[in-house]
Design a protein around this ligand. Structure first.
Ligand SMILES: Nc1ncnc2c1ncn2[C@@H]1O[C@H](COP(=O)(O)OP(=O)(O)O)[C@@H](O)[C@H]1O
Ligand SMILES: [Mg+2]
Length: 368
């Protein structure tokens, strides 16, 4: 898995047992080489490139992914024969589920991954759901539902990556599971601290905690129509990026310190998450956070403040460390694909029906 934060590739080795449950065996994040990180960021930000460049970066990311997988397997004394399949999300370059010709583009070439690992690889998970009329996102709610739902308690799982998404898990199984992207998670926090402090992220939210939220700016940021849009909905860096923030700041036309803007951005992430929880599943008692945002103590405290008597915890409490939930989800989705089971949830994505997700690149050893 490598998400919108562009922090690196998360690899999880997972045992998916017959009853569909998942056990984490090993995991590691492989930060992108700086040159590749910069190339990906430039592509995503400019939305411009030559076709040759696109073809090459797709293969380059496939190679880097395969190397990381091979490295982790060696480290844990496993080899390709021990592994049934790879589920590779790849890197989203452009997510456009509402275009005239809807698509979502993930790169990290599956042919290359299968060839260089010797393991059957499932990739391109989002586009079949989009072809069936869905958003192609989020795809993790099916996994959250399988692992984290409870018969007695309404639960919410919040994945705070670059973009933040949540899954609503009602205890009553007659009520549909829902899930959607709430908006920015870490993406603006990372961008702003990079610009002003030359750091890739705000460790534990300490810089934000040293500032003051500007309530008027917060109101103006929350005025973005996406936050009011009805579900199903999904978003990405195409909308929430530093240009978006710069334009809002120009409109706002007041001098606010960079530190106070960081504090306000934390509130933006916290409010957009808390508002949706209160709107869609106010009966929930516990909120389980996963994704890198779980390490931002200041952000988590602000979410807790907004949610009053609900308990804000992490998926650690449910037996899966918050750093690896999304990577495990794509291993599980690959399992579903290879077993010809649907992986999308139409109640979440808005697709007209359940579909088998992804494209399969078989290992050479599968040739009959
Ligand atoms: N110690 C930390 N303090 C604050 N934020 C953190 C910390 N560790 C990770 N993060 C945030 O989490 C992000 C990575 O989260 P991740 O779930 O991998 O997102 P994505 O799925 O978009 O790649 C980092 O870019 C950073 O913003
Ligand atoms: Mg990441």
């Amino acid at each position: 898995m490598s998400g919108t934060s562009l922090d690196g590739i998360d690899i999880a080795i997972v045992d998916v047992t017959n009853n569909n449950k998942c056990q984490l065996i090993a995991a590691q994040t492989f930060p992108f080489p700086t040159a590749l990180h910069d190339k990906l960021l430039a592509l995503i930000t400019s939305q411009q490139c030559a076709l040759k460049e696109l073809g090459e970066v797709d293969v380059e990311l496939g190679q880097i992914t395969a190397q990381a997988i091979n490295h982790l397997l060696t480290k844990h004394q496993l080899d390709a024969n021990n592994i049934s399949a790879i589920g590779s999300h790849g890197q989203t370059l452009f997510h456009a589920p509402n275009s005239d010709y809807p698509f979502s583009m993930q790169i990290g070439n599956g042919n290359v991954i299968a060839e260089q690992t010797g393991i059957t690889t499932v990739a391109d998970f989002r586009q079949r759901d989009i072809a069936a009329g869905g958003q192609g996102a989020p795809l993790v709610p099916a996994f959250h539902s399988e692992l984290f739902a409870d018969d007695h308690e309404d639960r919410v799982i919040v994945n705070i990556g670059g973009i933040s998404n949540l899954t609503l898990l009602p205890a009553n199984k007659d009520q549909a599971v829902t899930g959607f992207d709430t908006g920015p998670g870490n993406v603006l926090l990372n961008g702003w601290i990079q610009r002003h402090q030359q750091q890739t992220y705000d460790n534990q939210g300490q810089w934000a905690a040293s500032g003051q939220c500007n309530d008027e700016l917060l109101t103006s940021l929350l005025d973005e129509p996406y936050f009011q849009q009805a579900i199903p909905k999904s978003t990405g860096r195409e909308l929430f990026n530093l240009n978006w923030l710069d334009n809002k700041l120009i409109e706002f036309n007041e001098n606010i310190s960079a530190t106070d803007i960081q504090a306000t951005l934390v509130q933006l992430t916290a409010h957009s998450i808390a508002n949706e929880i209160k709107c869609y599943l106010d009966s929930s008692k516990t909120i389980f956070i996963c994704g890198g945002g779980a390490h931002n103590d200041y952000l988590i405290n602000q979410i807790q403040n907004l949610l009053g008597d609900k308990k804000v915890s992490t998926t650690d409490e449910l037996g899966l460390h918050p750093d690896w939930v999304e990577a495990c989800a794509f291993a599980w989705l690959a399992y579903k694909t290879l077993n010809k089971q649907s992986g999308n949830m139409p109640t979440v994505t808005g697709a007209s029906h359940p579909v088998i997700l992804g494209a399969i690149y078989y290992a050479s050893s599968e040739v009959s």
